[in-house]
Design a protein around this ligand. Structure first.
Ligand code: GBH
Length: 444
């Protein structure tokens, strides 16, 4: 049996577009995810976030669920197009929703952990070039400043960006996320502007406002392994690690982009004119913590068909409903690597969780053994890591509710609460009950 310290923070997480619905309420305008999901062929079954979990109208009920879980904290994000529905036009009614939400949470003793950007770029900003345009930093800053000004009193911690890799690479290179472009030059430019806007927001928060809540960034990291001892597979793995992990870790913690990846992107026709003097100093500005979203390891082999000469290899690991390897041991190695190569900042696991094919039983239970065991394995790993001095200060289970799983729509259920999307009724799954036990006992 392992113990978590009294001040370890247990939480659960969501994001605005995935749960809120109410896309036309209180002055909200479309985000790129509205546009993308309404474009035929982009999202499974043609699903959209139009209604999602209707959390915008049901947040009181959802806070009751959060309370019943016994968690210390709840992580959510702010829909930018609610707050700035048009360029330069602030919408207090949109902000009021987040004020109500955070205030209610605080009244219940649940600490609000707020992400500014979890992928729902206003459509108006996209039409002016979106994140490929360096101007996007100014639009983001206007949004960030308003959020700091209006919400800092009721927020406990801030995250600037969630998973810039997904925004840049899935959105602008692989084309499977909004806005669905396939252009490497754009993707690395987007990544740069996201990181710059992160640095600028942190600088503004700490140095200009002199506010003191912890502020940081969340990256999605997957430790990468070559599928064999062949040189080619090692090279492929190194490329994939550079693409997924180092392209973001290096600028944030070392103030430089990895040279091998610059060479590779250069070979694929990219230039780096978008990097200006002083940018990397800003990107690597010290933060208060480092947020990591962890789901799986990656097993990689060589492929001549891909510009970066890699492909995912067949693996014999047990898998989640996404087909992702269940890999708590590699999670452990990832944390050691982050500690050795990158940072000693406090670490928060800002997301971890799994999708499975859940079955709602007649008695209203969901016996999600797979998810329960996934969560247990990762929490055991964290407890052990902390005994070895790894300094993980909190854990946010993804996700509070089944929700809009981006390009997969509602088919993939990540919730510890089951949502019947026809009736909007919520059912607490067995994994949630187990999580509550762990949280209450602070023991696993
Ligand atoms: C997160 O993204 C999002 O923040 C959240 O909104 C989403 O609902 C949740 O996770 C569940 O998907 O196998 O090595 O190619 C997930 C980020 C990035 C995790 C890609 C899996 C696969 C890496 N994902 N990663 S690999």
């Amino acid at each position: 049996m392992q113990r978590f310290k009294e001040d370890f923070i247990f939480g659960t997480a969501t994001s605005s577009y995935q749960i809120e619905g109410a896309v036309n309420e209180a002055g909200r305008t479309p985000s790129i995810w509205d546009t993308f999901s309404l474009t035929p062929g982009k999202v499974n079954n043609g699903d959209t976030g139009d209604v999602a979990c209707d959390h915008y109208n049901r947040f009181e009920e959802d806070i009751e669920i959060i309370k019943s879980l016994g968690v210390d904290s709840y992580r959510f994000s702010i829909a930018w197009p609610r707050v700035f529905p048009h360029e330069g036009q602030y919408n207090p009614e949109g902000m009021a929703f987040y004020k109500r939400l955070a205030t209610r949470l605080k009244e219940e003793g649940i600490r609000p952990f707020v992400t500014l950007y979890h992928w729902d770029l206003p459509q108006w900003a996209y039409e002016k070039g979106g994140w490929t345009n360096r101007e996007s930093i100014n639009w983001f800053m206007e949004f960030a400043e308003k959020c700091f000004e209006e919400l800092d009193d009721v927020v406990d911690m801030w995250i600037t960006h969630n998973e810039p890799w997904c925004v840049a690479m899935l959105g602008y290179y692989e084309g499977v996320h909004a806005p669905g472009h396939q252009n490497l030059q754009e993707a690395i430019q987007v990544a740069h502007h996201l990181l710059l806007s992160h640095g600028m927001a942190v600088q503004y928060y700490k140095e200009t406002l002199k506010k003191d809540k912890p502020i940081g960034i969340t990256l999605n990291l997957s430790p990468v392994y070559p599928a064999s001892v062949e040189e080619m597979d090692y090279t492929a793995a190194q490329h994939f690690d550079g693409y997924l992990n180092r392209w973001f870790l290096d600028p944030v913690f070392k103030g430089s982009y990895p040279e091998d990846m610059k060479a590779l992107y250069g070979k694929n026709g990219c230039d780096f004119d978008f990097i200006h003097d002083g940018d990397l100093e800003l990107i690597s500005i010290p933060c208060d913590f480092f947020g990591i979203n962890f789901y799986n390891r990656a097993l990689i082999e060589a492929s001549a068909d891909h510009p970066f000469l890699y492909q995912h290899a067949e693996s014999d690991y047990p898998k989640t409903g996404m087909g992702w390897d269940i890999s708590p041991n590699e999670f452990r190695e990832l944390i050691y690597r982050v500690r050795e190569d990158y940072t000693r900042l406090p670490i928060f696991i800002t997301e971890n969780g799994a999708a499975f094919d859940d079955q709602l039983e007649e008695d209203g239970t969901v016996k999600d053994e797979g998810r329960k065991s996934y969560v247990e394995q990762h929490l055991e790993t964290i407890a052990a890591l902390n005994e070895e001095g790894m300094g993980i200060q909190g854990y946010y289970l993804w996700s509070l509710l089944d929700n809009f799983e981006w390009a997969f729509g509602y088919d993939k259920r990540f919730g510890i609460t089951y949502v019947d999307f026809k009736t909007q009724k919520r059912y607490v799954k067995d994994s949630a009950k187990r999580y509550t036990e762990i949280v209450r006992a602070r023991t696993i």
